[in-house]
Ligand binder design. Structure first.
Ligand code: GDP
Ligand code: MN
Length: 348
């Protein structure tokens, strides 16, 4: 049910720095950022671009979440940069930390092994809490419970093109539940038993598996093995109601019990991606070609010169990752029987 956010905006306690100018209704949606106080300047760069390229015309809210209290500098700077309401939430201890069933010694041994193998973030405790939080909890934070759709924004990202329409509205009108701009292969060493856990879940909860799902995209042998393809979840526009559904909660709870967030280093990207691929019909997952995006080290720069000119893009098309051998986008196209855009072979 669409929420005319103009109503909410009217009762806003903070003054707007910019009047939303795009006509029409607003969805019940928010930006969401998980950040530390030390991320303030890098998230500011991201906010500035999201606002300039899109949100200054729409005034959607922005929810900031942290396992610590946000300090005055963080709040002052980000409140000033956002056109909609800026809201700040502290994460409860029940959502950030080791669950009771985790064997601390085993988890510590794994971190030490991963440190020796130089697996990225392999020795980090906080990174694991972050991945688990993004996998299973951000959408249930009390502030997030007020919304139907979210757009995740991380520090240090770039948006290279104007966003010329409301992606939240696009999601709602086209019945999309999850979306992506970049996809790639996960580091196997971070998720050795994730797929085993997923297979046990699908056996216990066959009712949660969607017809016309995207299993083909993530498995090359009808589900025996995972091919490591995942949507890169540092960018996401999605349905909070889907993440709060019984299907997704049963899935997360099952995975969480198996302990791989701590005994391995399961990322929220493969966790979200496998959920979307198995529990949504594939046409409820959307590829936003026209949202040009960078998060170190990958760029999505729209294929198609006319699109780039129309949207005043400033990305270098030769940096586009879409048709690179490590991208899973071609496989997404193949699954859908879509013709690849002109020039894709030159960008491989
Ligand atoms: P990467 O993109 O996988 O390299 O990981 P990031 O360092 O960008 O972390 C992902 C997101 O979680 C970013 O929005 C970070 O600001 C946030 N984040 C990471 N670790 C923590 C943490 O310990 N506390 C809080 N509050 N946010 C974190
Ligand atoms: Mn990041």
């Amino acid at each position: 049910s669409p929420n005319p956010s103009s109503q909410k905006l009217g009762t806003n306690k903070q003054p707007f720095t910019h009047n939303p100018v795009a006509p029409g209704e607003r969805m019940n949606a928010t930006f969401v950022t998980l950040a530390r106080n030390s991320d303030v300047w890098e998230i500011s760069r991201s906010i500035r671009q999201v606002e300039d390229r899109f949100n200054r015309n729409y005034g959607y809210d922005w929810v900031f979440l942290n396992d610590d209290e946000f300090d005055d500098t963080f709040k002052k700077v980000t409140t000033t940069l956002t056109s909609g309401r800026a809201r700040y939430g502290k994460i409860g201890e029940d959502h950030w930390g080791f669950p009771s069933w985790i064997d601390q010694e085993k988890a510590a041994t794994v971190r030490e092994e991963m440190r020796e193998k130089k697996i990225i973030y392999g020795d980090s405790i906080s990174y694991r809490h972050m991945c688990r939080y993004e996998s299973g909890f951000f959408f249930r934070h009390p502030l997030m419970m007020e919304y139907e759709y979210y757009w995740r924004v991380e520090p240090s990202i770039e948006l290279f093109c104007d966003v010329s329409y409301d992606p939240f509205k696009y999601m709602a009108e086209n019945n999309k539940k999850y979306s992506f701009v970049l996809s790639l292969y996960e580091y196997r060493e971070t998720i050795p038993t994730l797929w085993d856990s997923v297979k046990n879940f699908t056996q216990s909860f066959p009712q949660h598996i969607a017809k016309d799902n995207a299993l083909w995209w993530i498995s090359e042998d009808e589900g025996k093995n995972y091919n490591n393809c995942h949507f890169w979840s540092n960018f996401e526009i999605g349905s909070l109601e889907w993440l709060r559904s019984d299907a997704y909660i049963d899935y997360f709870t099952h995975l969480d019990k198996d302990g791989g967030f701590f005994y391995e280093r399961w990322g929220d990207a493969p966790v979200h991606s496998i959920a979307a691929a198995l529990m949504l019909p594939k046409d409820e997952i959307h590829f936003f070609n026209d949202i040009a995006y960078y998060h170190v080290p990958f760029t999505h720069c729209p294929t198609g010169e006319q699109t780039r000119l129309d949207l005043k893009c400033h990305c270098d098309p030769s940096h586009n990752f879409d048709w690179n051998g490590y991208s899973c986008l071609a496989r997404w196209y193949d699954m859908n029987d879509w013709e690849k855009p002109e020039g894709w072979q030159d960008e491989q």
